[in-house]
Design a protein around this ligand. Structure first.
Ligand code: NAP
Length: 309
């Protein structure tokens, strides 16, 4: 077996603790040796306040995972790539398409792996859905991605600031699945964003996409849903209706459940990161992020009630 990939984590907050640390603990290809966070440490490993200090203080690091908010991702990714480390980007990969393209080019020139991760694509039923839809004639797509921002982003200000994406922070997960499973490229025709009067980013989005075959593709993203949460994609085809629920972990065709899987998303992401490093490749698919940029460019904006924590 190849030697372990020595990795450091930057931004020890919600997603680092909820997902990255458990996934790294269970993956033998990685050895977590350091963290960089201004206000948090991880027991048992070297802790630094900043990424720059970690890159300098832990020269044996092979790779870093960036779990900070997207507004600071570019500078950190750039520093890590320039220092010759492989980089795992949390989603979304940055705040502009141009900076992500610049990172991809820098990684190529430096010869390191850049992995722009999309965790929802690793959900248990996504690949099976993609296979089933591969040969289907699609009539209609409906996406409902509605959750409670107070549950998933408690106290986080960055989501409401420029570059924080608002409801597209979860909505981009739906877009990452749609761009993976739908056989044809699609594009935005109309959009409506609801922006709280005290915020810079939307709390809800209604999106109407289509494709070259004029398939209607509707998406409804909303951060105001209390009670049961909804993360589902329905695809009506000429040979039946596919339903992906629970963020892509449950798959039914015409009401019959075919897969009802566990949460395997971050295990899949780290498996993929190791494969890319071993193969000397990068993976930077910006299509989900481009759809968000298109929505910010094309949408009608409605100002709605202020958001209070
Ligand atoms: P978070 O907890 O608010 O932030 C992660 C950590 O980043 C913070 O604890 C903070 O650690 C550091 N940080 C915050 N602002 C910073 C700044 N301006 N400069 C440097 N470091 C800063 O956010 P999160 O929920 O983990 O989300 C991080 C990323 O993961 C986002 O892109 C998000 O879309 C993605 N993600 C989140 C979830 C989720 O359920 N929350 C799920 C999947 C993916 P220090 O103060 O210690 O430096």
């Amino acid at each position: 077996m190849s030697s372990p990939i020595r990795i450091g984590i930057t931004g020890v907050g919600k997603i680092a603790r909820d997902q990255h640390l458990p996934a790294l603990e269970r993956n033998e290809r990685f050895e977590l040796i350091a963290s960089a966070s201004r206000n948090a440490n991880i027991n048992g490993i070297r802790s630094f306040d900043t990424l720059d200090a970690m890159l300098e203080g832990a020269p044996e690091l092979d790779a870093v995972s960036l779990c900070t908010p997207p507004q600071v991702r570019y500078r950190q990714a750039c520093a890590a790539i320039n220092a010759g480390r492989h980089v795992f980007l949390e989603k979304p990969p940055g705040v502009t398409l141009s900076e992500v393209e610049d990172l991809a080019e820098r990684a190529r020139q430096t010869g390191v792996t850049l992995f722009a991760s999309w965790h929802a694509r690793e959900a248990a039923a996504v690949e099976r859905a993609r296979e089933w839809l591969g040969s289907a004639a699609i009539r209609h797509v409906d996406v409902q991605w509605r959750e409670d921002v107070r549950t998933w982003h408690p106290g986080q200000q960055w989501v409401w600031q420029p570059g924080g994406l608002g409801v597209f922070d979860p909505g981009i997960n739906a877009l990452s699945i749609m761009t993976r499973i739908l056989p044809n490229e699609f594009f935005l025709e109309r959009a409506r964003l609801e922006v709280p009067e005290n915020c810079q980013a939307p709390i809800a989005a209604e999106l109407d996409f289509t494709d070259a075959g004029e398939t209607p593709i509707h998406a409804d993203f909303d951060w105001r849903q209390t009670g049961p949460q909804t993360w589902q994609i329905t695809v009506e085809t000429e040979r039946g209706t596919l339903l992906l629920e629970e963020g892509g972990s449950r798959l039914s065709i015409d009401g019959e459940i075919l897969i009802d899987g566990e949460d395997v998303e971050y295990a899949g992401l780290y498996r993929r990161f190791a494969e890319l490093i071993d193969a000397g490749q990068s993976e930077v698919d910006v299509r989900p992020f481009r759809h968000v940029a298109d929505a910010f460019m094309l949408a009608e904006r409605i100002v709605v009630a202020p958001f209070d924590e």
